[in-house]
Design a protein around this ligand. Structure first.
Ligand code: CAA
Length: 258
């Protein structure tokens, strides 16, 4: 499928989605959000991990498109937020691991896009933040909620109220990014992390992601029940039989995702 503002490539079993709208530092207008959602819904069946990054050497994504938002009213703003929420929820609920390779500015909707990924790695050049209050609005693509869950309520309030832009080192210090890499090593690092995951059982990773995601919003007993269900269901899979048999036979497992 031909896209205007994104590129979707696959390298081995790793899909790479590049937000590529350089004239606006990859800002997310409605079309780009629709393309992201459409690409996520039509990833090749062979894709077992997804990396999201930004085109060009300056930005991951510089936010939602301010030019598009400038003259809209409340009803359209609600629709725009709903579009972002839907696209990012689709991302969050993909059954494969997702990695944000934050190669530059990840502001507003760009930071929110990264937060909807399972893991975030940043280049030394990255700048992250939620500057929406400087525009007279609040984050509208899940940032108030996902940032709070990642860095805690007080730090999230500090970042949202000040609109401060963090450099990569500070973002790492507060747990917003996992690691900081030299710019020319970021993508290779993300591929290497994905590569480690590819060696493991895809159904197991998918269940682990599901129970961590859904469990995080529940009390411990309910969350542990989710874990029990996820654990049990895997015992009906060929991958569980193969993984344990391979261990006992002292060889590498050959997982098929069945
Ligand atoms: N929307 C639309 N266009 C954007 C944009 C955005 N979020 N960010 C950058 N651009 C455009 C600029 O308007 C500029 O276009 P022109 O060349 O046509 O003038 C082009 O990209 C290059 O940007 P700058 O000239 O500003 O580049 P810079 O290097 O001087 O600054 C920057 C880079 C600090 C990222 C600056 O562009 C900036 O502050 N961008 C806006 C960041 C922001 O506020 N993001 C939050 C948006 S609101 C949001 O995301 C709401 C939500 O949660 C749903």
């Amino acid at each position: 499928m031909a896209y205007e503002n994104i590129r979707l490539e696959t390298e081995d079993a790793i899909a790479i989605l590049t937000i590529d709208r350089p004239k606006a530092l990859n800002a997310l207008n409605s079309k780009t959000l629709q393309e992201i959602e459409s690409a996520l819904n039509s990833l090749p069946a062979t894709a077992r991990a997804l990396i999201i990054t930004g085109g060009g050497d300056k930005a991951f994504v510089a936010g939602a498109d301010i030019a598009e938002m400038a003259s809209i009213g409340a009803a359209q703003a609600r629709e725009f937020a709903a579009l972002g929420h839907r696209a990012f929820q689709t991302l969050e609920q993909l059954p494969i691991p997702t990695i944000a390779a934050v190669n530059g500015f990840a502001l507003g909707g760009g930071c929110e896009l990264a937060l909807a990924c399972d893991l975030i790695y940043a280049s030394e050049k990255a700048k992250l933040g939620l500057p929406e209050v400087s525009l007279g609005v609040i984050p509208g693509f899940g940032g108030t909620q996902r940032l709070t869950r990642v860095v805690g309520k007080m730090r999230a309030k500090e970042l949202v109220f000040t609109g401060e832009r963090l450099d990569a080192a500070k973002a790492k210090e507060i747990g917003l990014v996992l690691d900081v890499l030299p710019a020319d090593q970021l993508l290779a690092h993300c591929k290497a992390v994905a590569g480690k995951m590819l060696k493991n059982g895809p159904l197991a990773i998918s269940q682990a992601k599901r129970v961590i995601e859904f469990g995080a919003d529940q009390d411990l007993r309910a969350a542990n029940e989710l874990e029990r269900q996820g654990f049990a269901v895997l015992f009906g899979s060929e991958d569980q039989k193969e993984g344990m048999k391979a261990f006992l036979e002292k060889r590498a497992a050959n997982f098929t995702g069945r």
